[in-house]
Ligand binder design. Structure first.
Ligand SMILES: C[S@@+](CC[C@H](N)C(=O)[O-])C[C@H]1O[C@@H](n2cnc3c(N)ncnc32)[C@H](O)[C@@H]1O
Length: 255
């Protein structure tokens, strides 16, 4: 039976990049790789590759799965402000832990987030924020239910759930099918997972798979609905031949 108390049991952990994350007792793992660092991981695995690939767009709609401490959303705003970009950004972010989001105004974030303190404050109070450039909406509740209700068309997906072993229903073929249904035809998805099962789940939903390498962090995955130049392409048909045991994860195995 689900234990509601576990959701509030979290400990602050200092990462190797000097930024703080949390350890979740409910999921038995940290919110970020403590080795890569919360802010560093967010910037290197999600924000930089996505905003670089979509640098020609004036408006972006981003699906941030899931909000957690909000690092991916806040690092996106930080990056845009730091580089004086005029891109308008709408971020939709599912999250079922309302208590966590409401507590973020007291979380010890890095100095890089100082200029967006008012945004963090607004999100913890109202679960949303809007100005002339940025719109952020927390979709409160189970992501499996909120994703199929999204009517906006998504440019970028940050796939940053807890690990497939601990949060399997946010990594299955069916999950990626629902995520893909929200996407524009040229959407991209970034994720820290490099597992064959996860890449297969994306590939079976029409994504091309690429390796993303960045400094001082483990390599990660960029998936795209269109073929991309200048990225390290992975031929998934070849992978399937070489690793004939590999299978995408399926809802039926976890429900
Ligand atoms: C690894 S953390 C996300 C970290 C976040 N991206 C950040 O940068 O701080 C995973 C988050 O997913 C949330 N979560 C897990 N399963 C969920 C579900 N089915 N629906 C909504 N949120 C979920 C957890 O509460 C947790 O906040």
């Amino acid at each position: 039976m689900y234990d509601e108390n576990l959701r509030v049991q979290k400990e602050v952990v200092l990462c190797e990049d000097g930024t703080n994350t949390l350890y979740s007792k409910e999921f038995d793992e940290p919110y970020h790789s403590t080795k890569d660092g919360a802010l560093h991981e967010s910037l290197e695995k999600h924000v930089k590759p996505s905003l670089t690939l979509k640098s020609d767009k004036e408006k972006l709609t981003i699906l941030d799965i899931c909000f957690g401490l909000g690092y991916n959303t806040f690092a996106t705003l930080h990056y845009i402000k730091k580089h004086n970009l005029t891109t308008k950004v709408h971020i939709l972010s599912p999250e079922f832990d309302e208590g966590l989001v409401r507590s973020l105004n007291t979380f010890d974030f890095p100095p890089e987030f100082e200029s967006i303190k008012h945004i963090i404050e607004a999100i913890s109070q109202n679960l949303r924020y809007e100005d002339t450039q940025f719109k952020i909406e927390i979709l409160l509740g189970d992501a499996r239910e909120s994703i199929p209700q999204i009517r906006q068309k998504i440019d970028i997906v940050y796939q940053d759930a807890f690990s497939p072993a601990h949060n399997p229903l946010l990594w299955t073929y069916e999950w990626f099918r629902d995520v893909r249904a929200t996407c524009k035809e040229d959407a991209i998805l970034t994720t820290y997972s490099t597992a064959a099962a996860i890449r297969l789940g994306l590939y079976e939903n029409g994504f091309y798979i690429f390796v993303h390498r960045a400094e001082m962090t483990r390599y990660s995955t960029v998936a795209s609905l269109q073929m991309l130049e200048d990225l390290e392409y992975i031929d998934m048909e070849l992978k399937k031949i070489r690793n004939s045991e590999a299978r995408s994860m399926r809802d039926e195995d976890y429900l």
